[in-house]
Design a protein around this ligand. Structure first.
Ligand SMILES: Nc1ncnc2c1ncn2[C@@H]1O[C@H](COP(=O)(O)OP(=O)(O)OP(=O)(O)O)[C@@H](O)[C@H]1O
Ligand SMILES: [Mg+2]
Length: 223
């Protein structure tokens, strides 16, 4: 896996969101992205997955220039190589936990109950497979979203504030499950977070601002 972003710029109408964002993520690397609310972190993550468009620059995943792929090829690339944990979990309310987690496999035409059960166990949801999302706590729901993003063994996992509303203890558990699972499958992890505790665990921490991404030293901040 390799992800190479070069001079990416994005506007909404006349309003610039970010410009000149460059980033290379290596195989198996864990990169944390921090930055103020509204600076464009979710937008950037969406661009990495080809879920949003940009004005100039490029996003190249495993040698494929996402800006040149049509929608079908982008969708296939996402299904095969990318896992995405959304800021709002997007868990499907009418499917039970196991069915939610199995969804990416289903889209690839695969069935693997054993793998689903093992994944539920890995994120601490053993025995909850038959529950509906409304019967889960917030932290359990976030773990469903993580399990679903990992079940098809993506090479690139993009996680947007996966512990946004959790207490520090549960947040640490969720982050550790995420790191453990990505390491096991040698996936690269790009994590957007406001949590210092989570960012501390990354190989690299970058701060997004209007003029691009730059290295960020956690111990210099007081947030
Ligand atoms: N569809 C849209 N049209 C116009 N502006 C938008 C649209 N979507 C997002 N924005 C703006 O783009 C900017 C970046 O939004 P984004 O969601 O990427 O920020 P963020 O860094 O993820 O913030 P947060 O930390 O609050 O999640 C914000 O100022 C937002 O208001
Ligand atoms: Mg966001």
């Amino acid at each position: 896996m390799s992800l190479v972003i070069t001079d990416l710029s994005k506007h909404y109408g006349e309003v610039p969101v970010f410009s000149k964002v460059s980033l290379t993520v290596a195989d198996g690397e864990f990169v944390a992205i921090v930055g103020e609310s509204g600076v464009g972190k979710s937008t950037l993550l969406n661009c990495m997955a080809g879920l949003d468009s940009w004005d100039s620059g490029s996003v190249v995943l495993d040698g494929l220039d996402l800006g040149r792929l049509d929608d079908d090829r982008l969708a296939r690339l996402r299904r095969e190589k990318i896992g995405f944990v959304f800021q709002a979990f997007h868990v499907l309310p009418h499917l039970d936990v196991a069915q939610n987690v199995a969804l990416p496999l289903l889209l690839l035409g695969q069935h693997d109950d054993a793998r689903v059960q093992a994944m539920l166990e890995a994120v601490g949801l053993a025995g909850l497979g038959q529950r509906l999302p409304q019967q889960l706590s917030g932290g359990q729901l976030q773990r469903v979203a993580i399990a679903r993003a990992l079940i098809h063994r993506p090479t690139l996992l993009l996680a947007d504030e996966p512990t946004g509303n959790l207490d520090p203890t549960t947040a640490a558990l969720v982050i550790d499950a995420l790191i453990e699972q990505t390491r096991q499958h040698h996936a690269a992890l790009v994590l957007v977070t406001h949590s210092q505790a989570a960012a501390t665990k990354a190989d690299r921490v970058l701060r997004l601002a209007a003029d691009g991404l730059s290295p960020f030293a956690l111990n210099q901040s007081n947030g």
